[in-house]
Design a binder for this molecule. Structure first.
Ligand SMILES: [Ca+2]
Ligand SMILES: [Ca+2]
Length: 115
């Protein structure tokens, strides 16, 4: 499989796998979100960006339509947010948080329209 095929398939698979665990099958509740973050993110850099230990805060950050759960659209935002953080770090552009790891979590929220 080509790399982007792989990435996209993975995003969908991961979401579905965790979302179907309990409650609504097409949404991640707090527990499900926590599991995803704990199990599917290993890099310390990304873990620092969205913290599974502070699940309330992560949920608030991701739950744009305030229904208390993360739907697929919100999950995609989460993934793209992580990708952007990684990109910034790699290129050293913007949010000059680079060099020597452990910086506070990047809290800048983009202005985004509500759903
Ligand atoms: Ca669910
Ligand atoms: Ca939501």
């Amino acid at each position: 499989m080509a790399r982007l095929d792989h990435v996209i398939t993975n995003i969908v698979d991961i979401f579905q796998e965790y979302a179907k665990d309990e409650g609504k099958k097409n949404k991640l509740n707090k527990e499900e979100l926590k599991k995803v973050l704990q199990q599917e993110i290993q890099s310390p850099e990304l873990k620092g960006t969205i913290n599974a230990d502070d699940i309330e805060e992560s949920m608030q950050m991701l739950d744009k339509n305030h229904d208390g759960e993360v739907n697929f659209r919100e999950f995609c935002r989460c993934v793209s947010y992580l990708a952007k953080c990684h990109y910034k770090k790699k290129t050293g552009k913007e949010g000059k948080g680079g060099k020597g790891g452990k910086k506070g979590k990047g809290k800048e929220q983009e202005p985004e329209q509500e759903d």
